[in-house]
Structure formats: C-alpha cells, structure tokens
Design a protein around this ligand. Structure first.
Ligand SMILES: *Cc1c(COP(=O)(O)O)cnc(C)c1O
Length: 427
C-alpha cells in the first residue's frame, strides 16, 4: 500500500512481474517461487542494520537481535544437513564460491572443475571468471558417447594436474553425481573437495539425490533454487578436510570454518544482508518439514514424466533422460537452433533457456539445446499428468515453429494450466 502511493512507477513494474510469473510456465531449472513467508521476511527492517562480523563478535553495536537471526539460520542449516559448520552470509552463489577459493587456495593454485560448456558453472574455472583468471583452472567434461561424467578421466586429469581443489557440481547435468568417487580422487591427490550442490539441494534434502555430506570437505549451495528460499547462499563444512591440515596450512591454527569465516569478512564482504539471513532461516524451517520431502520427490517424478513424454514425442535428450530436476534437449533433429526454440517457447508462455549441449558445434549465444526443469512448476502443484501435457506442448511448438494455429492452441493451453494452478493468490 505504501509503495503504491509513494512510488507508483516501481509498484506498477513489480505488479507486472507478478502477473508475468502467474501467467507463464516457468521451466528454468534454477528458478523457483518462494513462500509468502520468505517474501515477508525479506521486506523487513532487518535491512537497516549493519552487523559486520559474526554473532557475538560484531564491529557495530545494537546487534542482539541480528545475532539471534543469524544463529537461528546457522543452527537450522547445521541441523538440516548434519554438518558442524555453516556460514549463511554470502550474498549469492558466485561470491560464496569466491570465498571458498579465497579460504583454501592461493592465487595461481590449480583447481579442477567441470567444463562450463559441458554443464559446469562460471565460477568453476571459466576463463573470463575470477576463477579462471586468478587460478590455474583445468576442466573435466563428459564422455562423448554417453554424455556422463567419466570418473576415470577425472582421476587421470587429477593425477596429471595435481589440483589443490576439485569441484563437483553443475548447472546443466541431468544425472546423479557420484560424490564418493569424487572424494576418492580428491583423497588420492591430496586435494580439497568442494561440492557445489546449488541446483540439487532440495533433491538431496528429499533423499532423491545422494548427499555430499559424508564425502565433501566444503559444500556450497545457493538458497534460491530447489531449496526455494530467497536469493543467497550458504557454505557448509565437514571435518574431513582436517586430513589436509598438515599438507596445506601447517602454520595456521584456524580450522576450515575459521578460514571460511575470514574469507567472507574481512576477505570479501562487508555487512551481511540480514533480511536475507532471516529469509534463509525461514526457508530452512520449511525445508525441515515433511512436506518438503514430498516436494523434492515430486520435483524428480515430474522431471521423469517430462523426460519420458518428450522422448515419446520424438525429442532427443542428452543422456536419454534424467535422474534429477532437469532435462537437456538437443533440438538439432527438429531443425531449429536453441535460441530460436527459446524464443518460440517464450512467445507461447513457456519460459526455458537455451543451453550448450556437450560437444556442441554451435556457440554459447546460439547453442543446440534447451534446458528445462520442474522445480518451479512443482511448487505450483503441477502433477506428473500435467507435466506430460506440458511435454506435448513443447514438442508441438518446436516441431511446428511457424504454424500460428498450433502456437495459438498452445497459448490457450498454457493459460488453462496456469489458472488451474494459481500462483500467490494471497498477493
Ligand atoms: C546458480 C549457481 C551458482 C551461482 O549462484 P548465483 O547466486 O547466481 O551467483 C554457482 N554454482 C552453481 C552450480 C549454480 O547452479
């Protein structure tokens, strides 16, 4: 009410975005819809407070309630994942990964991550990212015929390059990660293992993807993807890294948690975003409820239904299907590039993103694939039967790119589906 009166311009744009979110089939696998409780926590007076430092050790006065919020968020994170250490201050996933590099490595050290072009993330060593500019980044990919991670190849590269840190995690890999295998390799070459589980955290909580906790030294997750919280990130640490203490930092008395704390502040950040911390605490409470386990399972079942039906409609999926929340479709056989597929689907109200496929012959800005995910639609209550309908619509669009009658029929079907699953009725 206040905003509408004081700044109608901003208010109107926000309302338009709310309507857009309501009206489209949101299938970008890294996106989700937070609860209204999370949104409420974000819009609070906590944003006013400076609190550089950590609970009980702040550079500013007046932080007794901010301490309560941060302690609550940290404790919930530790309990939910069963780890000894959690830092909830990173502004987002990329700065969180930067903090891990800063905590564990020196500039120029070797890191081994998944190739961006094969499904990795910018911060896993891409040449134009800090991770590729300030560190010696080497990459593993996927097998050319199966499109699966080839663990023998990962081991071979690790033995040859001797990385100080190995990163397991991806943004466009439709299958499970074998974290135990990654740990075995990391232990063999005395490297830290960072698991970046950003995309699959909700699936891990639900038990439909194995947890990295028994295997990783450090775990990073964004909080706004399958975890369904506010934009933000957390860094978790286990005690496994103690094995490397004498190898890498005999002079340091700090444990891994201490190193990460200092990397965040004073290393990289100033004051934490306390409204964001509160919203993270809220989403963690939601993630501890039995209904969240149902949610995570449902994401995966919906993705399996989507994949199965896309294949039934003659579409080509990278790895042939999915084990998680996303599918990667190679649209080359349909005779259109990924960029055009994205634009076409956008024009009928289905939001996806163009994506490179492994060994893509095309360029990142106009690749051969599209990436689709089910986390957001699952939040709206879409069922497996709905996902089969959605798969049919997607197949119709990419196989009839210039048939206006088909596109119009899909548009009205999208309207039907979105009104059957209302989004934010209370807003
Ligand atoms: C999303 C993501 C990140 C980065 O998160 P931002 O909040 O966009 O900075 C890092 N790693 C992986 C694997 C991701 O999926």
């Amino acid at each position: 009410m206040m905003l509408q009166k004081s700044d109608n311009e901003v208010y109107t744009i926000i309302q338009k975005e709310l309507e857009r979110q309501r009206k489209v089939l949101e299938m970008i696998p890294s996106e989700n819809f937070t609860s209204v409780a999370v949104i409420e926590a974000l819009g609070t007076v906590l944003t006013n407070k400076y609190s550089e430092g950590y609970p009980g050790r702040r550079y500013y006065g007046g932080n007794e309630f901010i301490d309560d919020i941060e302690n609550l968020a940290r404790d919930r994170a530790k309990k939910l994942f069963g780890v000894e250490y959690a830092n909830v201050q990173p502004y987002s996933g990329s700065p969180a990964n930067q903090a891990v590099y800063f905590a564990l490595l020196k500039p120029g050290d070797t890191v081994l991550g998944m190739d961006l072009a094969m499904g990795g993330h910018l911060t896993h060593g891409y040449k134009l990212n800090f991770s590729g500019k300030y560190y010696h980044a080497v990459a593993y990919g996927v097998d050319q015929t199966t499109s699966l991670i080839d663990y023998d190849q990962v081991r071979e590269i690790a033995l040859r390059e001797r990385p100080k840190m190995i990163i397991a995690g991806a943004t466009a890999y439709p299958r499970k990660f074998d974290f135990a295998k990654f740990a075995e390799i990391a232990h063999e070459v005395d490297a830290y293992l960072l698991v970046d589980m950003s995309h699959i955290t909700g699936l891990i909580i639900a038990g439909v993807h194995p947890s990295p906790v028994p295997h990783a030294d450090v775990i990073m997750t964004t909080t706004h993807k399958t975890l369904r919280g506010p934009r933000g990130a957390m860094i978790l640490a286990t005690k496994l890294a103690d094995r490397l203490h004498d190898v890498f930092r005999p002079e340091s008395k700090k444990d891994l948690g201490g190193l990460i704390d200092s990397a965040i502040i004073p290393g990289l950040q100033g004051g934490p975003h306390n409204h964001q911390t509160a919203a993270i605490a809220v989403c963690l409470k939601e993630a501890m409820e039995p209904s969240f386990i149902e949610y995570g399972r449902h994401i995966q079942k919906n993705a399996a239904a989507l994949a199965e039906e896309l294949v039934a409609h003659g579409m080509t999926l990278v790895t042939g299907g999915t084990d998680n929340h996303l599918v990667l479709v190679d649209v080359t056989p349909q005779g259109i590039p990924g960029k055009q597929a994205e634009e076409l689907l956008d024009s009928v109200g289905i939001t996806v993103n163009k994506n490179l496929i492994p060994y893509d012959k095309r360029k990142a800005m106009d690749p051969s694939g599209i990436r689709l995910g089910t986390p957001a639609l699952t939040t709206r209550g879409f069922t497996e039967a709905d996902m089969k309908v959605v798969a049919g619509l997607i197949a119709d669009v990419v196989t009839h790119p210039s048939d206006e009658a088909v596109l119009d029929r899909v548009r009205s079907k999208v309207a039907e589906l979105t009104s059957a699953h209302p989004l934010y009725p209370e807003l």
